[in-house]
Ligand binder design. Structure first.
Ligand code: GLU
Length: 427
């Protein structure tokens, strides 16, 4: 018997914006690129307005019988080049504006990689670590049911993001399939292998961080052998990127997750930590070292946690020569200026962490054709696409004498706005 007590948890915050506001960061990035877009600049307003924004109420009956209401979002920022594509995150600080920014960064990312997608993102404001598996499944299924009118293999395809994984994707796929009456494996990517998932998808984002980092380092004359790496975030992205850097001769001298920091100049044993640290318990670091993380001497700084982490003040303190954005939006615009002044190269999120969505694209293609590729094939195609995208963006940066971020935005915005122009304004 359902207890009828209902609670709103956490409190509603339609108007709340997180500070610093990621949507403002994104708008500042668009303003920076506009002068380079020539005649396409007349369409740039379209990038400043998400096409479709959905806020849903997600009520579930908790294990104690109380019905709690959570707030969920799905934003389709731009669909000019194809269906919406982007992850779903579960986090206690998710807001509409944050989801708008994350969706917009997906639009730029898919275009920078020349994948036939637009940009979308979803989120539920919840602390998933406070939920039982049963509650997690219920919240995922109810959210999916609420947004099912706007998602679909040809419409908008969710994928894992912060605190979501293959199991969550399986529940989304099942809920959607039950609603439409057939098995629709292409409605999500990042699924388990036995449901039409792709080999290589779990580590794809970290692999992409490594590939773009390797390309940047070689152009800078920075050898990976013995390079000191600091990594913020030890989830899926941070851990797999760290693992690949270590495999290629680098040493991880500092690691930070949401609970604390580990610093070891001799090099942290990343594979051992990946084995021993179940993700819910973290790396066992000390919160007292959190601030020291930012001035730990290093060559490469990998940001693989959340947005707005690298402030101008932290940018002044870092000793890194190369910053790799494994997370979405981790660097604030004024920190970008500090890094540029200090001649520190930044490989921006929209290319650096695009390995995940690129293998998501491979998964979607495999689902449609019902023909599956080997892991070697996936990894080598990923390498090829990322190296090519990096080469184009590097050449654009060189030609226009701009940062890699502005160059990535130039390449991406030209593709999006050319599609926008060719399609014309409806009606
Ligand atoms: N959440 C990942 C990202 O931010 C992957 C998105 C996807 O595969 O659609 O790029």
């Amino acid at each position: 018997m359902t207890n009828i007590t209902e609670k709103t948890s956490p409190p509603l915050s339609y108007a709340k914006s997180s500070f610093p506001n990621p949507w403002a960061t994104y708008l500042a990035q668009v303003d920076r690129v506009t002068p380079y877009l020539k005649s396409l600049a007349r369409w740039v307003e379209t990038l400043k307005h998400p096409k479709r924004t959905m806020i849903v109420d997600v009520p579930i009956e908790m294990d104690d019988g109380i019905v709690r209401h959570f707030e969920g979002f799905r934003v389709q920022h731009n669909l000019s080049r194809g269906p919406g594509k982007g992850g779903l995150r579960f986090h206690p600080q998710v807001t509409l504006e944050e989801t708008m920014a994350l969706a917009a960064w997906m639009t730029i990312k898919t275009a920078a990689m020349d994948l036939p997608f637009g940009g979308a993102k979803g989120g539920i404001r919840v602390d998933p670590f406070a939920l039982s598996d049963n509650e997690l499944e219920k919240i995922t299924r109810r959210y999916t049911s609420e947004i099912s009118i706007i998602i679909g293999p040809q419409k908008d395809i969710p994928a894992p993001d912060v605190n979501t994984n293959a199991q969550v994707m399986a529940w989304i796929m099942d809920t959607y399939s039950m609603q439409v009456g057939f098995t629709a494996s292409g409605v999500v990517t990042g699924k388990p292998l036995h449901l039409g998932g792709s080999l290589g998808r779990v580590k794809a984002t970290g692999r992409g961080v490594f590939v773009t980092g390797r390309e940047a380092a070689s152009r800078m004359g920075l050898s990976l052998e013995g390079a000191r790496v600091c990594v913020q975030g030890f989830g899926n992205v941070g851990s797999s990127a760290a693992e690949l850097f270590v495999l290629n001769g680098a040493k991880v001298v500092a690691l930070q997750d949401q609970w604390g920091t580990v610093i070891d100049e001799a090099g942290i044993d990343v594979p051992a930590l990946m084995m021993s640290a179940p993700s819910r318990k973290g790396i066992g670091g000390s919160p007292d070292l959190n601030d020291a993380f930012w001035n730990t001497p290093c060559d490469i700084l990998i940001l693989a946690a959340l947005e707005s982490q690298l402030t101008a003040e932290r940018a002044r303190r870092t000793t890194a020569k190369l910053v790799l954005e494994g997370a979405n939006g981790p660097t604030l615009p004024d920190a970008d200026d500090v890094l540029a002044d200090r001649n520190i190269l930044v490989v921006p999120d929209v290319i650096c962490n695009a390995g995940g969505v690129t293998v998501s694209y491979f998964e979607w293609v495999q689902d449609f054709s019902s023909f599956f590729w080997s892991e070697n094939e996936i990894n080598s195609r990923l390498d090829t696409l990322m190296v090519e995208a990096f080469r184009k963006i590097w050449a654009c940066a060189d030609f226009n004498k701009v940062s890699l971020r502005t160059a990535a935005y130039i390449v991406a915005c030209e593709r999006i706005l050319a599609a926008r122009e060719a399609r014309g304004l409806y009606p």
